[in-house]
Design a protein around this ligand. Structure first.
Ligand code: ZN
Length: 400
């Protein structure tokens, strides 16, 4: 079989057996190179393979090697090696440690990547993190393996230069997209089949969980706000007052539903991650429209705008997010509450590093949408939702 055919057969085998990894498997690009010895990867989803050595390998073995490389890339082993300041002299021990982390998740009956270590080889129980295997595990002396810079971040002689275009390899942004896609596929697979390996689940949850949290929190806050104003939902779930049935001739005023007035105060002087800000705004846009509020009816006060003048745009994506600062957030909030009709719900989108009015400026409902990790505290009269994400779950991994 030609190399290309063996690789496509192996890729299909891998995607069939590990379907939640498909997005990553199909992003791998293969480079034939005899210098590599056997097979190794880099940080850009390129896999260098020796044609001569791999010629006799069964499809499953090439498939498992692909799963293995994808594992190093998704779990950020190169980045994690840099975080512990890995030295070249400890390189093989590190590769053994992260290989053990990956091999814990291989399905029973599938071959191990050639010469790669398992938790037993390091004298430790399974399901630990690579760092734990590295710092607590024993050292293998007989075999070792270099999986490439994908596993440890140290450049290898066969590595091609970092890609500038996506045809040369996977760029950093594409890598994040692939990771998110795989993480979400892994969770879906778990819901539908219940057979996603523990290590992958843990990784997927740590990648996606914080994001899921802020979305549901923001959703709950906005829906409650909108529903209370519109009078559309009975939150008490209590029985209707039974006394009403004894006064049949009295016509009770019915709750009249109206569309809430919503204003957004956008702190453009703040230094916020544009990506997070964009995600938060598009989430707000979506939540409002499910609540029957069109984004174009929302008044947006940016901090650099003249006090009292509001922007109206058709969707969150049309907002101009670049601002020069100047006017402080207090002014923006006051401008929002002074405008008529008075807003029922005011969303203040900021990084939180700002002063706030001491007391609630009006009886409106206020929600602070705080963009970024660990924002400062906010006054009690504000509901608060923190929009942050932990891209690779490293903080959690360390605190385990
Ligand atoms: Zn490896």
């Amino acid at each position: 079989m030609k190399r290309e055919d063996r690789i496509s057969a192996a890729r299909l085998w891998a995607a069939y057996n590990y379907p939640y990894l498909a997005s990553a498997l199909f992003a791998l690009r293969f480079v034939a190179d005899e210098k590599v010895g056997r097979i190794a990867g880099d940080e850009y989803f390129r896999v260098y393979i020796s044609d001569e050595v791999s010629r006799g390998w069964p499809v499953e073995l090439i498939g498992v090697e692909m799963i293995h490389q994808v594992g190093h890339l998704l779990r950020g082993h190169a980045l994690r090696a840099r975080e512990i300041d890995l030295q070249e002299s400890d390189l093989f021990r590190w590769v053994d440690a992260v290989d053990a982390e990956l091999n814990d998740d291989l399905q029973e009956g599938h071959p191990l990547p050639k010469d790669s270590a398992c938790h037993e080889d390091l004298g430790l129980p399974d399901s630990l993190f690579g760092e734990e295997y590295f710092f607590m595990g024993s050292t293998r002396t007989r075999n070792h393996r270099d999986c490439g810079s994908s596993a440890h971040g140290n450049p290898r002689p066969w590595d091609e230069t970092a890609p500038e275009r996506s045809t040369d390899g996977v760029t950093a942004e594409e890598k994040e997209l692939i990771k998110r896609r795989v993480a979400s596929d892994a969770l879906t697979h778990q819901r539908n089949h219940g057979s996603t390996p523990l290590g992958i689940l843990r990784w997927a949850n740590s990648l996606l969980a914080p994001k899921v949290d802020w979305r549901s929190e923001l959703g709950a806050n906005l829906r409650r706000g909108i529903a209370e104003i519109a009078g559309a939902v009975d939150y008490s779930y209590g029985r209707p007052n039974r006394r009403y049935s004894f006064i049949p001739k009295v016509v009770l005023p019915s709750l009249r539903s109206r569309t809430p007035e919503v204003s957004i105060v956008l702190d453009t002087s703040a230094s916020m991650s544009e990506e997070l800000l964009g995600e938060a705004l598009s989430e707000i846009d979506g939540l409002l429209s499910t609540g029957g509020i069109r984004f174009e009816s929302v008044r947006v006060f940016t901090c650099d705008s003249e006090v009292g003048s509001a922007q109206r745009v058709r969707s969150a994506s049309e907002l101009r997010l670049v601002g020069g600062g100047g006017t402080d957030l207090n002014q923006g909030i006051l401008a929002a509450v002074r405008t008529r009709p008075s807003p029922d719900l005011v969303l203040v989108v900021t990084d939180g590093w700002t002063s706030w009015p001491q007391s609630q400026p009006d009886r409106n409902r206020f929600v602070a949408v705080l963009i970024g990790e660990d924002p400062p505290s906010t006054p009690d009269w504000l509901q608060r939702v923190v929009v942050s994400e932990n891209l690779d779950g490293r903080a959690k991994r360390k605190s385990k």
